[in-house]
Ligand binder design. Structure first.
Ligand code: C2E
Ligand code: MG
Ligand code: MG
Ligand code: MG
Length: 283
């Protein structure tokens, strides 16, 4: 069956679309149940210093293991959690869990063991005016110094300005670090550096993948860290998978990297083991 949409375009009735909508509704209900049932946990992916690969920080990444054992990717459930507003409760759990873990690492390995523990917050979370208080409460509750926490935000989340930008400023005033995630893929990457009080940029994997390609692609990767450095920002390269990429990034002036070459997202115990050995991850 076909319907005529505005502008005369034909929209086909699509059984797979209906299936997807039903699936989304089911996932939304399961998400809520799963949060109460303790089906979420955090993994932590090392961020290393180049060229030696010393562990300097971690990024917390949420995982959902459903009751039937299936693991759902955050790329699949975060958008649904956002649409349904559940991200506010899930996000609160994530921030508290990450702060508790950061405190445990500090107790176990000393206050200098990690320079930063990063947590992702999505667009909807930034629209919640309660977010800065929530973060402040989690930091104070677990005794974590604000400067240890990095909040990763995306360009698209703050692009509209307004309330999201006000929240970002309030977070910055708490003393946490702010990192612009997936840098270079949004609408106004460079513009945001003027209005957003960021401390670091995370250069998106797509640029890292372009290394070794055309000279234009390398020029962009070089320019991104050049701008960041001039502005006093740290640059982290995301999604580094090969030793060649790591080597080239170092040559182009990159100091920090993250990716499967060094480590996948890992359970806290694996980070503990690395901190115990003051770990260098061989590239
Ligand atoms: P992101 O914040 O950009 O996180 C980086 C993603 O890239 C992670 O996927 C990580 O596992 C993956 N990755 C890291 N290194 C490599 C690599 O070398 N190669 C490849 N192919 N991938 C790599 P993940 O954990 O599936 O998360 C996907 C996205 O979901 C994240 O992108 C973030 O936007 C969102 N997300 C994850 N955890 C959270 C969370 O706790 N809260 C919120 N709000 N969003 C989250
Ligand atoms: Mg991130
Ligand atoms: Mg990222
Ligand atoms: Mg990314």
């Amino acid at each position: 069956e076909a319907m005529t949409g505005t502008g005369g375009s034909v929209i086909r009735y699509d059984a797979s679309l209906e299936r997807e909508l039903t699936q989304r509704a089911t996932i939304a209900a399961d998400l809520r149940r799963g949060l109460t049932a303790g089906e979420f946990h955090m993994l932590y992916q090392p961020i290393v210093e180049l060229p030696h690969g010393r562990l300097v920080g971690v990024e917390a990444l949420v995982r959902w293991t459903r009751a039937d054992g299936r693991v759902v990717s955050p790329a699949d459930f975060i958008p649904i959690a956002e649409d349904t507003g559940l991200i506010v409760d899930l996000g609160a759990w994530i921030i508290d869990t990450v702060c508790a873990q950061a405190a445990a690492w500090q107790r176990e390995h000393g206050p200098e063991a990690l320079r930063s523990v990063a947590v992702n917050v999505s667009a909807r979370q930034l629209l919640d005016p309660g977010l800065p208080d929530l973060v402040a409460g989690a930091l104070a509750g677990h005794g974590v110094p604000a400067k240890l926490l990095t909040v990763e935000i995306t360009e698209t989340a703050v692009f509209g300005g307004g309330r999201a930008l006000a929240t970002v400023h309030a977070l910055s005033e708490l003393g946490v670090s702010l990192a612009l995630d997936d840098f270079g893929t949004g609408h106004s990457s460079l513009g945001l550096l003027r209005t957003c009080p960021v401390d670091a940029i995370k250069v998106d994997k797509s640029f890292v993948d372009g290394l070794g390609g055309t000279p234009q692609q390398e020029a962009i990767v070089t320019a991104l860290t050049g701008i960041a450095e001039t502005m006093g920002l740290r640059t982290v390269a995301e999604g580094v998978e090969t030793a060649e990429q790591a080597q080239r990034l170092f040559e182009l002036g990159y100091r920090y990297a993250q990716g499967f070459l060094f480590a996948r997202p890992l359970p806290p115990s694996a980070i503990d083991a690395m901190l115990q050995q003051n770990h260098h991850i061989a590239a």
